[in-house]
Design a protein around this ligand. Structure first.
Ligand code: PEP
Ligand code: MG
Length: 588
């Protein structure tokens, strides 16, 4: 039977494939594909984890005090029985051999299958054994975490070639949520689309999906409960619909749409070498947002004239417990600078916190405890200033890499003068230390992200202290409207067209230009064609977005006349429903 699930459309296009479910677990589980030659080693890890847990349970049973309730011993028996049951052992191996999942992923995938079977049992006693099974699996995952992965996620590139033998059908990923760290693992993987139960339009799952130009629907609430492993799934990333086991007619319709969008993509790619200049001759800078240095070639390929936002925090994820040291960071930033061939590369210092946490393993000796309200907590520049040694390493690395290209530093979530002073002092100290040690550095400009309303209100101060500003609309909307950008329950309140948001944008762009400082928009609004004309009308001439969006935005810029757009702006800003007025006046 075909079922439809509705969510938020966050990355356009149509994906058709078999569902791969990633279960959420209380233990951090890495998900990656292994090579064929590694299957035996992964099965061995599984066996070792089982033997370790069995030994622990047997020891517990042996050492039970004589007066312990008899239920306790019976419970340990149940756990031992579940541990050795074929439904866990043999079936988990199948995920490793057939799908090439790493052992932890295979185990949590099998847990997902079994948990559903338990849920459907008539007998209440048996149904309740699900919790025991979850505990046993959790113990095995912890045993594996203690021993460490064979190669670890970093050793795996997740290239399509790594899947030979795992079947020919396209795969789509279905999960309750996908952490930014996991999203990076999936970045080079085989998935044709993503569906999550939770998340908003600018949650990081959505952002990475857009950066991959892969169709995605988030906030689909029940999706991971309704969809089963291997179901056929259509993801309509334009409308936010997920169709499970579609009928042949529906499938054919979507295959047609898939072919159409591929043709459109090829057509737009022809604009790659066309300069982005409006009809009235205004040149516009189209920059790329990247997450890793290896994304730089795709940025050039798409026609970007630089990197407007390098989200450096992604270098700090999936690291099996160790943060990148100075040398590793120098290598990464140098790689990006060299790949961009003298074009500007704007490296944002780590924006850890809120919906981009470090894995629990990475944070042992760093202040990264669970925050009461992460979006308002120790995030971005606040976290960097609270971790001076970590921040110094990053600043030194960026400054050292700056001799290899046009590197710029961008500071996230600036809000207070005290932070500005401390940050600029830290940069100066790092520069002086390097000079003392005889290390060369380039001429590095320093910019501030405008992401909180306070930054807009103290813009003259910010413009005095920084060389340029970049507007992070994802956070600016979140903090202006008090709407958590990753919470699908309030996704309907997350409104880039809100008059307050547009006022902030217009003010920031206007004041920066008047002060003779460069201003860019690097949030998702920059890559959304619905806002191109409006932003041009506000005077914006620098847009930074995922490389995949550049051709589409360039097409709109080529057709725009900034004088006409600027003339219509006041009426739009003054209107209480700016979206409708903009659609009318700008003919969107
Ligand atoms: C933003 O907030 O708009 C932005 C570009 O930063 P991030 O999405 O990484 O928070
Ligand atoms: Mg931000």
């Amino acid at each position: 039977m075909s079922i439809q699930v509705f969510g938020l459309p966050v990355s356009r296009g149509v994906a058709i494939g078999r569902a791969v479910l990633v279960a959420s677990s209380r233990v951090d589980v890495a998900h990656y594909f292994i090579d064929a030659a590694e299957t035996d080693a992964e099965i061995r890890r599984l066996r070792e984890a089982r033997d370790t847990v069995a030994a622990e349970l047997e020891a517990l049973q042996r050492d039970l005090p004589a007066d312990a309730p008899s239920e306790l011993s019976a419970l340990l028996d149940v756990h031992l029985m579940l541990l050795h049951d074929d439904m866990l052992a043999t079936a988990t191996k199948q995920w490793i051999v057939g799908r090439r999942y790493n052992a932890e992923w295979a185990l949590s995938a099998q847990l997902e299958v079994l948990a559903r079977q338990f849920d459907e049992m008539e007998d209440e006693y048996l149904r309740e054994r699900k919790a025991d099974l979850e505990q046993v699996v959790e113990q095995m995952l912890r045993a594996m975490a203690r021993r460490g992965a064979a190669g670890g996620p970093l050793a795996h590139q997740l290239l399509p070639g790594g899947r030979d033998g795992a079947g020919e059908d396209a795969l789509v990923l279905v999960a309750n949520d996908i952490s930014p760290a996991d999203m990076m693992q999936f970045k080079r993987s085989v998935f044709a689309g993503f569906v999550t139960d939770v998340g908003g339009k600018t949650s990081h799952t959505a952002i990475v999906a857009r950066s991959l130009d892969i169709p995605a629907v988030v906030g689909a609430r029940e999706a991971s409960r309704i969809i089963r492993q291997d179901d056929w799934v259509v993801i309509d990333g334009d409308c936010g619909v997920v169709i499970v086991n579609p009928s042949p007619i529906v499938l054919e319709e979507y295959r047609f749409r898939q072919r159409q969008s591929e043709l459109e993509r090829v057509r737009l790619a022809r604009l790659r070498h066309t300069p982005a200049v409006t009809l009235d001759g205004e040149p516009v800078e189209l920059l790329a947002n990247i997450e890793l240095p290896s994304d730089a070639p795709a940025a050039l390929e798409a026609g970007a004239v630089g990197v407007g936002l390098f989200r450096s925090e992604f270098l700090f994820m999936n690291r099996n417990g160790a943060l990148p040291d100075e040398e590793e960071q120098v290598a990464a930033y140098t790689q990006a600078a060299q790949a961009m061939n003298g074009l500007p590369v704007t490296i944002r210092t780590v924006d850890i916190g809120a919906d981009k946490p470090l894995e629990r393993m990475t944070v042992n000796d760093l202040r990264h405890e669970h925050a009461l309200n992460p979006a308002l907590g120790l995030r971005a520049i606040r976290w960097s200033l609270a971790e001076p040694a970590m921040f110094r390493r990053q600043l030194r690395a960026i400054l050292r890499a700056s001799v290899h290209g046009r590197v710029r530093i961008l500071i996230p979530m600036v809000a207070q003068l005290r932070e500005i002073r401390q940050t600029l002092e830290a940069i100066e100290r790092a520069r002086a230390q390097l000079a003392e040690a005889g290390q060369a550095t380039g001429d590095v400009q320093v910019g501030a992200m405008i992401e909180v309303p306070a930054a807009v209100l103290i813009l003259p101060t910010i413009l005095r202290h920084f060389d340029f500003v970049s507007i992070g609309t994802n956070d600016l909307i979140q903090y202006t409207l008090a709407v958590d950008r990753s919470d699908e329950a309030v996704a309907h309140c997350y409104d880039p067209w809100h008059p307050a948001v547009l006022q902030m944008l217009s003010t920031t762009i206007g004041m920066a230009r008047a002060a003779g400082k460069e201003v860019c928009v690097c949030g998702e609004m920059a890559g959304d064609p619905a806002f191109t004309e409006l932003l041009l009308g506000m005077g914006l001439r620098s847009f930074s977005m995922h490389p995949a969006r550049i051709p589409l935005i360039k097409q709109r810029i080529l057709r725009a006349d900034t004088r006409k757009l600027a003339a219509r702006l006041p009426a739009i800003l003054a209107h209480e429903e700016p979206e409708q007025e903009a659609r009318r006046l700008l003919q969107l």
